[in-house]
Design a protein around this ligand. Structure first.
Ligand SMILES: [Zn+2]
Length: 305
């Protein structure tokens, strides 16, 4: 599958999981979202951004690919390292083991916080950090802004202006995911790709300010995005090395399993085929409908047609 298809599928999957909307057109009602994991209206939008980016992450095993050029030079270094570690394209990062590894990394990154505000508030002040809300929901920076009570002197005042906790690993991961999505969906040319840093950081701050309202949203968004990517590639002729690093002589026909490695169900044909484009249209419409519903509900408006 091509990058834009992966990103659209990631956003649509997040909308399907978290959306709770109904679109009424004339006499017909269309449900948008299954509401399996409600995250609030802002969370549908911000989570979709992370999930769309995560749906591109497995292709970081391709140093010459679009995703490797999304956040230069970091993404290129990452892609070179990952390509070696994962044994080549559509192998380690497209396997069940790779999916587990990225979910563990996402979970750890959400837990690994640094108490910035607390560290400065050493002079007998109460903690400024809102650790429960921040750690549970913020991807990058959250909680405790201006919450210092009874701070004394300049240090206390400065600390009150800082966030209570920062999540450095989650911040880096979020910026990378968002930059991937922006690079692919906005078709940013390579000569402008340094601007992706600015867009990634700004949108990362936006996500951190309006995180989905679920304690495990980050790991779910990252895991769902990667799983959707794997499913998409599985439907193409090349398939994916699902059980990497194992190479097993499974009793399956060559049309479904090749070189004792690659599992495939090639309903879409080659990557970028007409069938893939045909699938992309309803998937994109669904994602856009969900994001529009979320944005409209977020602003408190009601739209009737
Ligand atoms: Zn892929």
């Amino acid at each position: 599958m091509m990058g834009p298809s992966h990103a659209a599928c990631g956003a649509a999957a997040w909308v399907a999981l978290t959306g709770t909307y109904t679109v009424d057109l004339a006499d017909v009602s269309f449900p948008v979202g299954l509401g399996l994991m409600p995250v609030g209206d802002p969370g549908v939008v911000t989570g979709a951004l992370i999930c769309a980016g995560a749906a591109l992450l497995p292709d970081l095993d391709h140093p010459g690919g679009t995703v490797a050029r999304s956040l230069p030079p970091v993404s290129r270094w990452l892609a070179k390292g990952l390509s070696r570690l994962a044994g080549g394209h559509r192998r380690g990062t497209h396997s069940l083991l790779g999916l587990l590894a990225i979910m563990v990394l996402a979970e750890l990154s959400q837990r690994a916080s640094v108490p910035v505000g607390d560290a400065l508030q050493w002079s007998g002040t109460e903690s400024a950090a809102d650790t429960t809300g921040g750690a549970a929901t913020g991807a990058a920076v959250s909680g405790g802004l201006g919450a210092g009570s009874g701070g004394s002197g300049a240090v206390g005042d400065a600390a009150a202006l800082l966030p209570g906790q920062v999540w450095p690993l989650a911040a880096v991961l979020s910026v990378l995911l968002i930059a991937c999505a922006v690079k692919v969906l906005a078709f940013v040319p390579d000569r402008l790709s340094h601007a992706n840093w600015v867009v990634g950081i700004l949108l990362g701050a936006f996500v951190a300010a309006h995180p989905p309202e679920h304690p495990h949203w980050f790991v779910v968004a990252v895991g769902l995005g990667c799983a959707v990517h794997m499913a998409g590639d599985l439907l193409t002729t090349q398939g994916i090395h699902l059980l990497w690093p194992l190479r097993l002589p499974l009793p399956l026909p060559a049309s479904l399993y090749r070189r004792r490695s690659f599992v495939r169900l090639p309903l879409l044909g080659n990557a970028g085929s007409g069938r893939e484009i045909l699938l992309l249209v309803p998937v994109t419409l669904y994602a856009v409908a969900g994001l529009l519903c979320a944005a409209i509900a977020w602003t408190g408006l009601t739209v009737s047609m």
